[in-house]
Design a binder for this molecule. Structure first.
Ligand code: 5GP
Ligand code: ZN
Length: 136
């Protein structure tokens, strides 16, 4: 069911405009209005789901396939030298629009994006403890 308060459901319904780049039975892809790099697009399921926890597995698969198709087009049509896929699940993970989406971010050598953290070697005991909790 569409969520009447949801921005991306309104885009699916064509109630608000978006620059569409791909569409199939389950998914829609359109340009992000605040692009991190040239060609930055968003892939969403047409059926509303808040986030990674709640999206239908077949919709998730379909979104991944659409993202792969867009990544190929970014490489072949835009000359991207790489692509980042990003999903933010929850406010703590930077999610701001609560309709599942995959960011497809074409990357170009020398583009201004940087990783927002300096990686440091971790404590092996703590890594192992976290792994144990993840396996449970
Ligand atoms: P999030 O922060 O949830 O991972 O990503 C939401 C994305 O949606 C942001 O990158 C933001 O620029 C984009 N966005 C927000 N409002 C609109 C809109 O009205 N149209 C389009 N095309 N993108 C939007
Ligand atoms: Zn929605």
């Amino acid at each position: 069911m569409p969520n009447t308060d949801c921005l991306f459901c309104k885009i699916v319904a064509d109630d608000i405009p978006a620059i569409r780049v791909a569409e199939d039975e389950r998914t829609l892809a359109f340009m992000d209005i605040n692009p991190w790099t040239r060609g930055h697009a968003l892939v969403i399921p047409k059926t509303h789901a808040t986030d990674l926890y709640t999206i239908d597995p077949d919709d998730l698969s379909a979104c991944a396939l659409t993202a792969q198709r867009l990544a190929e087009r970014a490489r072949d049509n835009l000359g991207a030298q790489g692509v980042n896929l990003l999903n933010s699940c929850g406010s703590a993970a930077w999610q701001t629009v609560f309709h599942f989406h995959l960011h497809v971010i074409p990357r170009y050598l020398g583009d201004p994006l940087t990783v927002p953290i300096t990686a440091q070697p971790g404590d092996i005991a703590e890594i192992t403890a976290a792994a144990q909790e993840l396996r449970a």
